[in-house]
Design a protein around this ligand. Structure first.
Ligand code: FE2
Length: 291
């Protein structure tokens, strides 16, 4: 029998009471069902389908962000200010040719969807999400990074246990991750798994810029705790993740995809690290919910 997470309804206007604030403080995550109405979910899914249909790849970049390949690093860094497509590694054959159709091969789209695409901007810029971030202690929530994650049938790659704060550092730490299920996330298609109450442990790693390269640095050499709680959720659910809570997802060997969106926010009142891989250009400054 798997442990089950607490699943709540999103409070009116997104304002979290003391009980939910305390639960986030204790567990490092929160789960809300039906946080997005089904009409909004259908609308954004149709939009994503259209984006994929219209996308004409010139080059194929996979998700191996830390493999020290200069072209991959450049593509990743530029994606901070763009809408870029990344492919599943297992979508290619041994000759490097795509063995799946485009719509079954894309792993993710990122990372400025929320600022460059009005459909995504409308989807994410909701008063409820702003109030939720403020309820969790953010003074000035800033929308930093958005991703559409496909977790394709049969090839959707495993995501190793990690802490989101390793990738988006502020001083003091402030990153909050919002994970939104656009399709049901199950044990078979690669739902999230979390390690409750382990967000009081330090950040183990830091991924960022060092001497012109992107490197994954080990900060604390202690193993990541086991992620014991599967977040089996229905489409429309919202998961809120503390920047240090370890989480992971398994490979999707099932015939069913597990489409999700993520939005990472930082507090504009905190100092954003110049070593973060994600650096916004002056033309695309970080914005809040009201933009
Ligand atoms: Fe994550």
């Amino acid at each position: 029998m798997q442990p089950k997470p607490n699943i709540h309804s999103l409070p009116k206007f997104g304002i979290l009471g003391l009980g939910l604030q305390q639960e986030f403080e204790n567990n490092g995550y929160l789960v809300f069902k039906d946080a997005f109405p089904s009409a909004k979910i259908s609308n954004i899914k149709n939009h994503i389908t259209k984006m994929v249909r219209e996308f004409q790849p010139e080059n194929f970049f996979s998700l191996e962000a830390d493999e020290q390949n200069p072209a991959t690093e450049k593509y990743l860094c530029e994606s901070a200010n763009k809408i870029s497509f990344f492919f599943e590694k297992d979508a290619f054959d041994s000759d490097g040719k795509l063995k799946k159709s485009k719509n079954r091969a894309i792993a993710k789209i990122g990372h400025a969807l929320h600022d460059l695409d009005p459909v995504f901007s409308n989807f994410f810029r909701r008063e409820e999400l702003m109030s939720l971030c403020i309820s969790l202690g953010m003074a000035k929530p800033r929308l930093l990074q958005s991703m559409c994650i496909f977790k394709q049938p049969h090839i959707g790659a495993k995501v190793a246990p990690h802490q989101d704060g390793s990738f988006l550092i502020t001083e003091p730490e402030s990153t909050i991750g919002l994970w939104i299920a656009l399709e049901d996330a199950t044990l078979d298609n690669g739902c999230l798994w979390v390690a409750p109450s382990k967000h009081d442990e330090p950040l183990r790693k830091k991924f960022g810029r060092k001497s012109g390269n992107l490197v994954m640095e080990t900060l604390v050499d202690t193993p990541m705790p086991e992620c014991t709680v599967p977040l089996v959720v229905r489409a429309g659910s919202l998961v809120v993740l503390h920047n240090r809570v370890p989480h992971t997802s398994k490979r999707n060997d099932s015939p069913v995809s597990r489409l999700a969106l993520t939005l990472h926010l930082v507090d504009g009142a905190c100092k954003y690290s110049e070593e973060n891989w994600l650096q916004r250009s002056a033309k695309l400054p970080l914005q809040g919910f009201e933009s």
